[in-house]
Ligand binder design. Structure first.
Ligand code: NAD
Length: 299
Protein backbone atom coordinates (compact mmCIF):
# COMPACT_ATOMS: atom_id res chain seq x y z
CA UNK A 1 0.00 0.00 0.00
CA UNK A 2 1.26 3.45 -0.83
CA UNK A 3 0.92 6.22 1.73
CA UNK A 4 -1.17 9.35 1.32
CA UNK A 5 1.34 12.09 0.51
CA UNK A 6 1.00 15.18 2.69
CA UNK A 7 2.36 18.30 1.01
CA UNK A 8 3.99 21.05 3.05
CA UNK A 9 3.83 23.20 -0.08
CA UNK A 10 0.05 22.86 -0.26
CA UNK A 11 -0.26 23.82 3.42
CA UNK A 12 2.04 26.83 2.96
CA UNK A 13 0.15 28.08 -0.10
CA UNK A 14 -3.12 28.17 1.85
CA UNK A 15 -1.40 29.95 4.74
CA UNK A 16 0.31 32.50 2.49
CA UNK A 17 -2.95 33.35 0.72
CA UNK A 18 -4.37 34.36 4.12
CA UNK A 19 -1.17 36.25 5.02
CA UNK A 20 -1.46 38.27 1.81
CA UNK A 21 -5.06 39.14 2.61
CA UNK A 22 -4.06 40.24 6.13
CA UNK A 23 -1.08 42.26 4.86
CA UNK A 24 -3.29 44.06 2.33
CA UNK A 25 -5.77 44.93 5.08
CA UNK A 26 -2.97 46.36 7.25
CA UNK A 27 -1.54 48.34 4.31
CA UNK A 28 -5.03 49.72 3.57
CA UNK A 29 -5.05 50.93 7.20
CA UNK A 30 -1.73 52.69 6.62
CA UNK A 31 0.57 50.12 8.26
CA UNK A 32 3.28 48.41 6.18
CA UNK A 33 4.28 45.06 7.82
CA UNK A 34 8.06 44.82 7.98
CA UNK A 35 10.60 42.20 9.05
CA UNK A 36 14.28 42.87 9.81
CA UNK A 37 16.88 40.13 9.33
CA UNK A 38 20.17 40.28 11.27
CA UNK A 39 22.88 38.20 9.61
CA UNK A 40 26.56 37.91 10.51
CA UNK A 41 28.92 37.15 7.61
CA UNK A 42 28.04 36.02 4.11
CA UNK A 43 27.77 32.25 4.32
CA UNK A 44 26.26 31.11 0.97
CA UNK A 45 23.65 28.92 2.72
CA UNK A 46 22.46 31.86 4.84
CA UNK A 47 22.41 34.22 1.84
CA UNK A 48 20.32 31.80 -0.17
CA UNK A 49 17.92 31.26 2.79
CA UNK A 50 17.67 35.04 3.19
CA UNK A 51 16.89 35.46 -0.52
CA UNK A 52 14.12 32.89 -0.32
CA UNK A 53 12.66 34.66 2.74
CA UNK A 54 12.78 38.06 0.97
CA UNK A 55 11.02 36.56 -2.06
CA UNK A 56 8.28 34.87 -0.03
CA UNK A 57 7.72 37.96 2.15
CA UNK A 58 7.62 40.12 -0.99
CA UNK A 59 4.90 37.89 -2.46
CA UNK A 60 2.98 38.49 0.79
CA UNK A 61 3.55 42.29 0.64
CA UNK A 62 5.78 42.16 3.72
CA UNK A 63 8.88 44.37 3.48
CA UNK A 64 12.26 43.06 4.61
CA UNK A 65 15.26 45.04 5.85
CA UNK A 66 18.48 43.00 5.84
CA UNK A 67 21.23 44.02 8.24
CA UNK A 68 24.58 42.37 7.52
CA UNK A 69 27.44 42.41 10.05
CA UNK A 70 31.11 41.55 9.49
CA UNK A 71 32.20 38.20 10.99
CA UNK A 72 34.21 40.05 13.66
CA UNK A 73 31.24 42.16 14.84
CA UNK A 74 31.40 42.94 18.56
CA UNK A 75 28.70 42.15 21.09
CA UNK A 76 28.25 45.88 21.68
CA UNK A 77 27.68 46.62 17.98
CA UNK A 78 25.31 43.69 17.51
CA UNK A 79 23.21 44.35 20.62
CA UNK A 80 23.28 48.10 19.89
CA UNK A 81 21.70 47.51 16.47
CA UNK A 82 19.24 45.02 17.94
CA UNK A 83 18.06 47.59 20.49
CA UNK A 84 17.72 50.14 17.69
CA UNK A 85 15.46 47.72 15.75
CA UNK A 86 13.49 46.98 18.95
CA UNK A 87 12.74 50.69 19.19
CA UNK A 88 11.98 51.23 15.49
CA UNK A 89 8.19 51.57 15.09
CA UNK A 90 8.40 50.64 11.38
CA UNK A 91 9.95 47.22 12.15
CA UNK A 92 7.51 44.67 13.56
CA UNK A 93 9.70 41.56 13.82
CA UNK A 94 13.42 40.78 13.95
CA UNK A 95 14.83 37.45 12.77
CA UNK A 96 18.37 36.68 13.96
CA UNK A 97 20.19 34.19 11.77
CA UNK A 98 22.07 31.46 13.58
CA UNK A 99 24.63 30.14 14.25
CA UNK A 100 26.20 33.29 15.67
CA UNK A 101 30.01 33.59 15.79
CA UNK A 102 31.73 32.59 19.03
CA UNK A 103 32.49 36.12 20.23
CA UNK A 104 28.76 36.91 20.45
CA UNK A 105 26.95 36.00 23.66
CA UNK A 106 23.67 34.42 22.60
CA UNK A 107 22.41 34.39 26.19
CA UNK A 108 22.41 38.20 26.28
CA UNK A 109 21.12 38.50 22.70
CA UNK A 110 18.07 36.28 23.17
CA UNK A 111 16.92 38.35 26.15
CA UNK A 112 17.79 41.63 24.35
CA UNK A 113 15.40 40.85 21.47
CA UNK A 114 12.01 42.31 22.36
CA UNK A 115 9.56 39.39 22.93
CA UNK A 116 6.95 41.39 20.96
CA UNK A 117 9.24 41.36 17.88
CA UNK A 118 10.45 37.77 18.19
CA UNK A 119 8.86 35.74 15.34
CA UNK A 120 10.78 32.49 16.00
CA UNK A 121 10.65 32.41 19.82
CA UNK A 122 14.29 33.12 20.57
CA UNK A 123 13.41 35.06 23.73
CA UNK A 124 12.57 32.66 26.62
CA UNK A 125 9.52 34.82 27.44
CA UNK A 126 7.88 33.35 24.34
CA UNK A 127 8.86 29.80 25.31
CA UNK A 128 7.21 30.47 28.70
CA UNK A 129 4.05 31.63 26.93
CA UNK A 130 4.13 28.41 24.91
CA UNK A 131 4.13 26.39 28.12
CA UNK A 132 0.83 27.97 29.23
CA UNK A 133 -0.64 28.21 25.67
CA UNK A 134 -0.75 32.03 25.86
CA UNK A 135 -1.68 32.93 22.27
CA UNK A 136 -0.14 36.41 22.52
CA UNK A 137 3.27 34.71 22.35
CA UNK A 138 5.32 33.57 19.37
CA UNK A 139 6.15 29.88 19.13
CA UNK A 140 9.07 28.34 17.16
CA UNK A 141 8.05 28.31 13.47
CA UNK A 142 9.30 24.79 12.63
CA UNK A 143 7.41 23.20 15.53
CA UNK A 144 4.24 25.21 14.98
CA UNK A 145 4.47 24.24 11.29
CA UNK A 146 3.90 20.60 12.19
CA UNK A 147 0.72 21.60 14.08
CA UNK A 148 -0.42 23.62 11.02
CA UNK A 149 0.02 20.54 8.86
CA UNK A 150 -2.14 18.48 11.26
CA UNK A 151 -4.79 21.21 11.19
CA UNK A 152 -4.77 21.51 7.37
CA UNK A 153 -5.20 17.76 6.82
CA UNK A 154 -7.74 17.34 9.65
CA UNK A 155 -5.45 15.08 11.68
CA UNK A 156 -6.82 15.05 15.24
CA UNK A 157 -3.96 14.47 17.69
CA UNK A 158 -6.16 14.14 20.79
CA UNK A 159 -5.46 10.81 22.51
CA UNK A 160 -2.86 9.83 19.88
CA UNK A 161 0.52 8.36 20.75
CA UNK A 162 3.16 10.59 19.16
CA UNK A 163 6.88 9.88 19.09
CA UNK A 164 9.19 12.76 18.19
CA UNK A 165 12.78 11.94 17.21
CA UNK A 166 14.41 15.24 18.24
CA UNK A 167 14.72 17.03 21.58
CA UNK A 168 15.95 20.46 20.43
CA UNK A 169 14.61 23.82 21.60
CA UNK A 170 13.35 24.66 18.10
CA UNK A 171 11.52 21.44 17.38
CA UNK A 172 11.18 18.51 19.76
CA UNK A 173 10.60 20.32 23.05
CA UNK A 174 8.17 23.02 21.81
CA UNK A 175 6.28 20.52 19.65
CA UNK A 176 5.91 18.18 22.62
CA UNK A 177 4.31 21.04 24.58
CA UNK A 178 1.97 22.00 21.70
CA UNK A 179 0.88 18.38 21.29
CA UNK A 180 0.41 17.93 25.03
CA UNK A 181 -1.75 21.07 25.07
CA UNK A 182 -3.92 19.25 22.49
CA UNK A 183 -4.03 16.08 24.66
CA UNK A 184 -1.68 13.85 22.65
CA UNK A 185 0.56 11.44 24.55
CA UNK A 186 4.12 12.34 23.62
CA UNK A 187 7.48 10.57 23.74
CA UNK A 188 10.71 12.39 22.89
CA UNK A 189 13.49 10.21 21.47
CA UNK A 190 17.00 11.54 20.96
CA UNK A 191 20.57 10.53 20.38
CA UNK A 192 20.82 8.82 23.81
CA UNK A 193 17.53 6.91 23.51
CA UNK A 194 18.38 3.23 23.98
CA UNK A 195 15.97 1.86 21.37
CA UNK A 196 14.16 4.50 19.30
CA UNK A 197 12.20 1.89 17.35
CA UNK A 198 10.62 0.66 20.60
CA UNK A 199 8.84 4.05 20.71
CA UNK A 200 8.09 4.43 16.98
CA UNK A 201 6.68 0.94 16.30
CA UNK A 202 3.42 1.49 18.17
CA UNK A 203 3.12 5.25 17.60
CA UNK A 204 0.10 6.66 15.76
CA UNK A 205 2.25 9.58 14.62
CA UNK A 206 6.03 9.80 14.28
CA UNK A 207 7.69 13.18 13.81
CA UNK A 208 11.36 12.96 12.94
CA UNK A 209 14.06 15.64 12.69
CA UNK A 210 17.51 14.18 13.23
CA UNK A 211 19.05 15.17 9.88
CA UNK A 212 20.22 11.63 9.08
CA UNK A 213 19.02 10.03 5.85
CA UNK A 214 17.72 6.49 6.44
CA UNK A 215 17.46 6.85 10.23
CA UNK A 216 13.74 6.02 9.91
CA UNK A 217 13.12 2.70 8.18
CA UNK A 218 9.84 0.91 7.37
CA UNK A 219 10.42 -1.79 9.99
CA UNK A 220 10.34 0.91 12.70
CA UNK A 221 6.77 1.95 11.78
CA UNK A 222 3.30 0.41 11.78
CA UNK A 223 0.88 0.41 8.86
CA UNK A 224 -1.48 3.01 10.35
CA UNK A 225 1.32 5.42 11.20
CA UNK A 226 1.47 9.04 10.00
CA UNK A 227 5.11 9.99 9.41
CA UNK A 228 6.04 13.67 9.50
CA UNK A 229 9.68 14.10 8.52
CA UNK A 230 10.92 17.62 9.22
CA UNK A 231 14.61 16.88 8.60
CA UNK A 232 16.70 18.34 5.80
CA UNK A 233 19.46 15.90 4.99
CA UNK A 234 21.34 14.53 2.00
CA UNK A 235 21.38 11.00 0.69
CA UNK A 236 24.40 8.90 1.64
CA UNK A 237 25.32 5.31 0.77
CA UNK A 238 26.14 2.56 3.29
CA UNK A 239 29.78 3.78 3.40
CA UNK A 240 28.71 7.31 4.31
CA UNK A 241 29.48 8.82 0.89
CA UNK A 242 27.06 11.27 -0.74
CA UNK A 243 24.90 9.76 -3.46
CA UNK A 244 24.76 12.08 -6.51
CA UNK A 245 21.98 12.49 -9.07
CA UNK A 246 22.38 12.41 -12.87
CA UNK A 247 23.56 16.05 -12.79
CA UNK A 248 26.24 15.24 -10.22
CA UNK A 249 24.39 17.04 -7.42
CA UNK A 250 23.71 15.80 -3.88
CA UNK A 251 20.19 14.43 -3.39
CA UNK A 252 18.09 16.23 -0.78
CA UNK A 253 16.26 13.98 1.65
CA UNK A 254 14.72 13.85 5.09
CA UNK A 255 15.41 11.17 7.72
CA UNK A 256 13.00 8.70 6.10
CA UNK A 257 14.14 5.92 3.82
CA UNK A 258 12.15 5.92 0.53
CA UNK A 259 10.52 2.58 1.39
CA UNK A 260 8.65 4.15 4.33
CA UNK A 261 6.05 5.47 1.88
CA UNK A 262 5.09 1.88 1.00
CA UNK A 263 4.47 1.02 4.64
CA UNK A 264 2.71 3.87 6.43
CA UNK A 265 -0.76 5.44 6.04
CA UNK A 266 0.44 8.99 5.36
CA UNK A 267 3.81 10.68 4.99
CA UNK A 268 5.59 13.92 4.28
CA UNK A 269 9.35 13.97 3.85
CA UNK A 270 11.98 15.72 1.74
CA UNK A 271 13.10 12.23 0.68
CA UNK A 272 12.20 11.95 -3.04
CA UNK A 273 8.65 10.73 -3.72
CA UNK A 274 7.46 11.33 -0.14
CA UNK A 275 5.44 14.56 -0.37
CA UNK A 276 8.23 17.15 -0.02
CA UNK A 277 8.49 17.74 3.74
CA UNK A 278 7.52 20.66 5.93
CA UNK A 279 10.13 23.27 4.89
CA UNK A 280 7.73 25.67 3.08
CA UNK A 281 5.41 25.79 6.12
CA UNK A 282 8.22 27.20 8.29
CA UNK A 283 8.60 30.29 6.08
CA UNK A 284 4.82 30.70 5.80
CA UNK A 285 4.65 30.75 9.61
CA UNK A 286 7.38 33.35 9.74
CA UNK A 287 5.24 35.55 7.47
CA UNK A 288 2.17 34.84 9.63
CA UNK A 289 4.12 35.83 12.75
CA UNK A 290 5.24 39.13 11.17
CA UNK A 291 1.57 39.94 10.53
CA UNK A 292 0.63 38.95 14.08
CA UNK A 293 3.43 41.12 15.53
CA UNK A 294 2.38 44.01 13.29
CA UNK A 295 -1.24 43.72 14.43
CA UNK A 296 -0.33 43.47 18.12
CA UNK A 297 1.92 46.54 17.86
CA UNK A 298 -0.80 48.54 16.11
CA UNK A 299 -3.80 47.44 18.19
N1 NAD B 1 11.66 21.80 7.86
C1 NAD B 1 12.16 22.91 8.41
O1 NAD B 1 11.64 24.01 8.24
C2 NAD B 1 13.34 22.82 9.31
C3 NAD B 1 13.70 23.88 10.14
C4 NAD B 1 14.75 23.73 11.02
C5 NAD B 1 15.47 22.54 11.02
N2 NAD B 1 15.14 21.54 10.15
C6 NAD B 1 15.86 20.27 10.10
O2 NAD B 1 15.52 19.51 11.24
C7 NAD B 1 16.63 18.72 11.63
C8 NAD B 1 16.92 18.99 13.09
O3 NAD B 1 17.21 20.36 13.31
P1 NAD B 1 17.63 20.88 14.76
O4 NAD B 1 18.03 22.29 14.63
O5 NAD B 1 16.59 20.49 15.76
O6 NAD B 1 18.96 20.01 14.95
P2 NAD B 1 19.64 19.40 16.22
O7 NAD B 1 20.99 18.93 15.78
O8 NAD B 1 19.56 20.37 17.35
O9 NAD B 1 18.73 18.16 16.57
C9 NAD B 1 18.94 16.86 16.07
C10 NAD B 1 18.13 15.93 16.96
O10 NAD B 1 18.22 14.62 16.47
C11 NAD B 1 18.52 13.73 17.54
N3 NAD B 1 19.26 12.59 16.99
C12 NAD B 1 20.43 12.63 16.31
N4 NAD B 1 20.80 11.38 15.98
C13 NAD B 1 19.85 10.54 16.48
C14 NAD B 1 19.69 9.13 16.48
N5 NAD B 1 20.60 8.33 15.91
N6 NAD B 1 18.59 8.62 17.07
C15 NAD B 1 17.67 9.42 17.65
N7 NAD B 1 17.77 10.76 17.69
C16 NAD B 1 18.86 11.31 17.11
C17 NAD B 1 19.35 14.56 18.51
O11 NAD B 1 19.34 14.05 19.83
C18 NAD B 1 18.63 15.90 18.41
O12 NAD B 1 17.52 15.93 19.27
C19 NAD B 1 17.77 19.07 10.66
O13 NAD B 1 17.79 18.14 9.62
C20 NAD B 1 17.37 20.43 10.15
O14 NAD B 1 17.89 20.68 8.85
C21 NAD B 1 14.08 21.66 9.32
Amino acid sequence: MSAKLLSGKEVSEAMLAKVLEDAEALIADGVQPKLAIMRVGADPGSISYEKSIIKRMGNSKIEVESVEFPVDVTQEEFVGKLRELNGDKDIHAVLIFKPLPEQLDEEEIKYALSPEKDPDALNPTNLGKLMIADETGFFPCTAEGVMELFKFYGIDVKGKDVTIINNSNVLGKPLAIMLTNEFATVTLAHVFTKDTSAYTKNADIVVTAAGIYGLVKPEMLNEDCILIDVAMAQKKDADGNFVLNDEGKKIRTGDAHEDCKDKVAAITSATPGCGGGTGPITTALLAQHVIKACRQQNA
